[in-house]
Ligand binder design. Structure first.
Ligand code: CO
Length: 219
């Protein structure tokens, strides 16, 4: 209970500070939100979208789940995406994974964690798809980190192939899908160089991003 009181106290202090700096901040924000970005990231408590991008409330629409997975039949994720694209008209969808992802590691090690192992099966599918690329790397940790990267790229492809994004591109709406990965150890975001803003770019960008990972592994 004491801990929760601390959270409420923190909130009062935060709200008072924001209001002191900008008396109309909450009033303006309550009237509308116009975020330019949709963030699809991991639920991991160490990867908070707003803080690591320096974006205040109102700037980023967020969906998070374990291991930042985008499944074609996940109504939750699809609904977030549809609202963000069709109603809020975000300009960018960022899929951001992170190194040291517990979900990806559990998938990599084939751990049985109960229900969630079914969810993480999607990450194992990514691993199987890119077996050769992962096998070409030395060391278990490095292989797992590569799977973190590949998972982001594959989930960004899944985003790009949804009816939501395809329809937006078809009607000429400005919309780009990005693949990023965050380092827990240094707090830095790395662009995995797969930015897609039209269906015609999809295959080329995907191949280039994979090629870039291959080049990295041969160094
Ligand atoms: Co994670």
């Amino acid at each position: 209970m004491r801990l929760l009181k601390e959270l409420i106290d923190n909130n009062r202090e935060w709200a008072a500070g924001v209001t002191a700096r900008d008396p109309s901040f909450f009033k303006n924000l309550a009237e509308q939100q116009t975020p330019k970005y949709l963030w699809i990231g991991c639920s991991d408590s160490r990867v908070p979208a707003n803080q690591i991008t320096g974006i205040p409330p109102g700037g980023i629409f967020v969906h998070r789940n374990v291991a930042n997975i985008v499944v074609h039949t996940d109504l939750n994720c699809l609904s977030v995406m549809q609202f963000a694209v069709d109603v809020l008209k975000v300009k960018h969808i960022i899929v951001c994974g992170h190194y040291g992802c517990g979900g990806v590691r559990a998938a990599w090690q084939n751990q049985n964690l109960g229900l969630i192992s079914n969810w993480l099966r999607h990450v194992q599918d990514v691993g199987h798809k890119h077996r050769a690329l992962i096998d070409s790397i030395e060391g278990d940790d490095a292989k797992c980190e590569r799977l973190c990267e590949l998972n982001v790229i594959e989930q960004a492809i899944n985003v790009s192939q949804t009816t939501i994004v395809q329809a937006a591109w078809e009607r000429g709406q400005e919309l780009a899908v990005h693949s990023w990965i965050y380092g827990l150890a240094d707090g830095l975001i790395k662009d995995l160089k797969m930015c897609v803003s039209a269906p015609s770019e999809l295959a080329r960008t995907y191949n280039a991003a994979l090629e870039s990972l291959c080049t990295k592994s041969s160094k």
